[in-house]
Write a protein that binds this ligand. Structure first.
Ligand SMILES: [Zn+2]
Length: 198
């Protein structure tokens, strides 16, 4: 997730994306998006710029251009409806940890992070690939216990079948680490509306 990202809402107010600040400003300037404030009021670029002139500094973050300053938007609303292709979540260590909730997927324990390992359900030595459907977090003892066996050859069970996570789950988790109250409602709403695949 982008550290200084801006949450993008589709025309129907559902969270669809996190974009960079630069991208958000471009969309605003082009009239393709409006800023949403914490009271759900919307502003086009001109009125947001005007408002930015009247707002006291205290804690607000601004971008400074030569002739004006602009409050940094946190949430923007697209003015046209966008068909959204399913967002790909990066296959990386961090996102695997988030997907698996920092728990061993075999015994369910939640040891310190550094004691978790990434286990290949079908071991690499047996042709298993590094992909969402074949990796899970495992504590050290479960990982050792399973060794290079297939699941069917061991007495162990997975808490749930691993699959590619939905991006909103990843964003939602990141929110807990950042202080982005303006995002919370939209992301929560999107989270509860996510289509569950089987
Ligand atoms: Zn375990």
């Amino acid at each position: 997730m982008v550290a200084n990202g801006v949450l993008v809402l589709n025309r129907n107010w559902t969270a669809i994306h996190v974009c960079s600040l630069e991208r958000a400003i471009t969309l605003l300037v082009q009239g393709l998006a409006q800023v949403v404030d914490e009271n759900f009021r919307t502003y086009d670029f001109g009125s947001w710029r005007e408002l930015s002139d009247y707002v006291e500094y205290e804690g607000n973050r601004f971008i400074h251009a030569t002739s004006f300053r602009l409050m940094i938007p946190e949430v923007i609303l697209l003015t046209h409806y966008h068909r959204v292709p399913p967002r790909a979540v990066k296959f990386n260590r961090r996102n695997i940890y988030v997907r698996d909730d920092f728990r061993c997927q075999y015994c369910g324990c939640k040891p310190p992070r550094e004691e978790l390992t990434i286990d290949h359900v079908v071991p690499r030595s047996r042709g298993g690939r590094s992909e969402w459907e074949n990796v899970v977090l495992a504590c050290q003892s479960c990982n050792a216990r399973k060794g290079s066996r297939l699941l069917a050859e061991s007495p162990m069970h997975l808490a749930r079948a691993p699959k590619k996570p939905n991006w909103i789950n990843i964003v939602r988790h990141s929110l807990q680490a950042q202080n982005r109250p303006a995002w919370q409602r939209f992301v929560d709403a999107a989270y509860w509306n996510v289509d569950l695949e089987d």
